[in-house]
Design a protein around this ligand. Structure first.
Ligand SMILES: Nc1ncnc2c1ncn2[C@@H]1O[C@H](COP(=O)(O)OP(=O)(O)OP(=O)(O)O)[C@@H](O)[C@H]1O
Length: 258
């Protein structure tokens, strides 16, 4: 029941990235802009073919898996949030059932409720706010009840209450045996809510482990180039970040240092 990347290499984007992801856990993929997070997630979803390496689902290469079976097993939320047609929210979410070729009304209703969209179900997507649209797109993924939920920045546009509500849903999904993989820029969300964190830098895997280790002060300082330290208790940590550290040996290296 694993989703496994082996030596994934994609020129200019990923370099020899391997990771075996287990269901039942929330895994966060973190890293600076351009580190390769979205590229890795797209490879794990079977939507981007690596130059070298492979992704397997339960031991089967994703390349050889029928697209319908792959879409049934893996739900993917892209980062951009584009919507091709101006459908009502309920119809957009129902598109998540396409891989199953059924109406799946109970699944659609559950996804609408999970994302607090009942009051907006009949509204056209063009008349939603950015965060409401983000919730509708995620509900479409959940309506497919995939065994793996792969989401690129699913929390970025959500207010705090909806973030916590979605995280509780994802925790429940993991506890019921599904796999959850999230690209997250918010390191505190990754620290407090993920079971495992993979940190990428320049297309390479820098750390991979429990949040306290993979996102230690030293790692955050080194990879993100900021002065950083964690405060608080496990599960409720906050990151205090100082100014960006000067870029070594660059023409601006003397600026902003103290
Ligand atoms: N379609 C593409 N073709 C070629 N290179 C790309 C393409 N998309 C992204 N890249 C490059 O690949 C690298 C990794 O991009 P990717 O989008 O995976 O990073 P990311 O970690 O998700 O970044 P961000 O945090 O900014 O969303 C970047 O250097 C980017 O410029």
């Amino acid at each position: 029941m694993t989703l496994a990347a082996r030596d994934l290499t994609l020129r200019g984007r990923l370099a020899n990235v391997s990771a075996t992801l287990e269901p039942g856990r929330i895994t966060a993929i973190c890293g600076p802009n351009g580190a390769g997070k979205s590229s890795l997630l797209q490879c794990l979803a079977g939507l981007l073919a690596p130059d070298c390496g492979s992704v397997t689902l339960d031991g089967c290469d994703l390349v050889g898996l029928h697209p319908q079976r792959r879409a049934q097993a893996i739900g993917y939320l892209p980062q951009d949030g584009a919507v091709a047609w101006d459908l009502a929210v309920r119809r957009l979410v129902a598109l998540g059932r396409l891989p199953h070729r059924d109406r799946g009304e109970a699944h659609v209703a559950a996804a609408l409720a999970a994302l607090d969209l009942d009051a907006l179900a009949d509204r056209p997507v063009s008349r939603l706010s950015g965060g409401e649209r983000a919730r509708a797109l995620l509900a479409r993924v959940l309506a497919g009840s995939p065994r793996w939920i792969l989401a690129d920045e699913p929390l970025a546009a959500l207010d705090l209450a909806h973030q916590l509500r979605l995280l509780a849903y994802l925790r429940g999904a993991a506890e019921s045996g599904r796999g959850v993989v999230l690209v997250l820029h918010d390191l505190a969300l990754a620290m407090n809510h993920a079971d495992r964190v993979i940190v990428l830098e320049s297309g390479r895997k820098m750390t991979d482990g429990i949040p306290d280790d993979a996102l230690s002060d030293a790692i955050v300082t080194r990879v993100w180039g900021i002065g950083a330290r964690w405060l608080g208790e496990p599960g409720a940590r906050a990151l205090v970040a100082d100014q960006a550290l000067p870029v070594a040996a660059g023409p601006d290296a003397s600026r902003g240092s103290s």
